[in-house]
Design a protein around this ligand. Structure first.
Ligand code: ADP
Length: 302
């Protein structure tokens, strides 16, 4: 069963086509990386999923239930974490979550246990200080606790790691990954390494069109060509190699050359060594480069 289904969704602001015929789904339990450069249309898509904006055409379903603009019925199944969540800074995290629990009508006798559970889930159970003193990473984790308070099945995170420093980012990614069996996640970002680290599915949005969507491992096999990086002593040797070799050159940058191959790595490697010996060239290093999400991204957004 898919938690989210986006079917042929288009969105226009005036004459500007912002989303063009978007279709994708997220199966239960997946962490879906929603990737795209600034202005690609990620936030617009999320607004449509949350029923906060009206699509020009198409349909969106959450757990089989249709999302209707201006109605929040489907939002009972959805938690939302904005890029920079805002809180009442003068409160402690416990007081703040107790207030949220009251607003979202969690029964009074369950609130305390639920808040304690959420604080422990995001590693803030020890924090007694006011939110004012929290780091950005702590605020982001508190945002997750708030978003999950109502036990949604689907969590939408809008560029949650963009404003975090490296250690806050690491902690946050670990936290998201640990939620995998609890909630289905749409993780919007322009940071490909974050997606590669925690997501199993990806959708790449480019200028309002979904270029590619699916399981990352499958896409890697389909799109990204394996490559070998060879580093020479100097640019002259790299140029000589590029001129004389029969290998498929992807790119040369100063003393660094990237070749791609279609046979197995041992075969490609043996052929490379034979050619280097034939031209009397010595490489400083030879390295296999595994297909990456970045390669796929560059390929499909050309
Ligand atoms: P992203 O989240 O991927 O950075 P957005 O969804 O915010 O992208 O924006 C996609 C495009 O839609 C951008 O060109 C943006 O300027 C445009 N856009 C977003 N909201 C509006 C609006 N309310 N009116 C007109 N254009 C908009």
């Amino acid at each position: 069963m898919n938690v989210l289904e986006v079917r042929a969704v288009s969105k226009q602001y005036g004459s500007k086509k912002v989303l063009k015929d978007l279709s994708f789904s997220i199966p239960r339990g997946a962490i879906f990386g929603f990737v795209g450069e600034n202005g690609a249309g990620k936030t617009t898509t999320m607004k449509l999923i949350l029923g906060l904006d009206e699509m020009t055409s198409g349909e969106i379903y959450i757990n089989g239930e249709k999302v209707r603009f201006g109605e929040t019925a489907t939002n009972r199944m959805t938690g939302y974490l904005p890029d920079v969540p805002e809180f009442y800074d003068y409160m402690t995290s416990t007081d703040y979550l107790m207030l949220c629990a009251e607003i979202t009508q969690i029964p009074k006798n369950k609130r305390q246990a639920r808040v304690a559970e959420m604080l422990s889930l995001v590693g803030l159970e020890q924090s007694k200080s006011k939110i004012k003193g929290f780091s950005r990473g702590m605020k982001q984790r508190l945002g997750i606790a708030q978003a999950l308070l109502n036990e949604p099945e689907f969590l939408i995170c809008d560029e949650p790691t963009s404003a975090l420093d490296p250690s806050g980012r690491n902690e946050f990614l670990d936290l998201l990954a640990s939620l995998k069996n609890r909630v289905t996640i749409l993780f919007s970002t322009h940071i490909l390494s974050d997606v590669e680290r925690i997501c199993d599915q990806v959708g790449i949005l480019h200028k309002g069109s979904l270029q590619v969507v699916g399981e990352i491992d499958v896409l890697k096999e389909r799109y990204a060509q394996p490559q070998i990086e060879i580093v020479f002593e100097n640019t002259g040797e790299a140029e000589q190699f590029v001129e004389q070799t029969t290998q498929i050159i992807k790119e040369q940058h100063e003393s660094q050359v990237f070749v791609s191959y279609s046979e197995t790595y041992p075969l490609a490697f043996a052929e490379l060594i034979a050619q280097l010996s034939q031209f009397n060239l010595t490489a400083k290093s030879i390295r296999h480069i595994a297909p990456s999400l970045e390669q796929i991204y560059l390929e499909v957004t050309k």
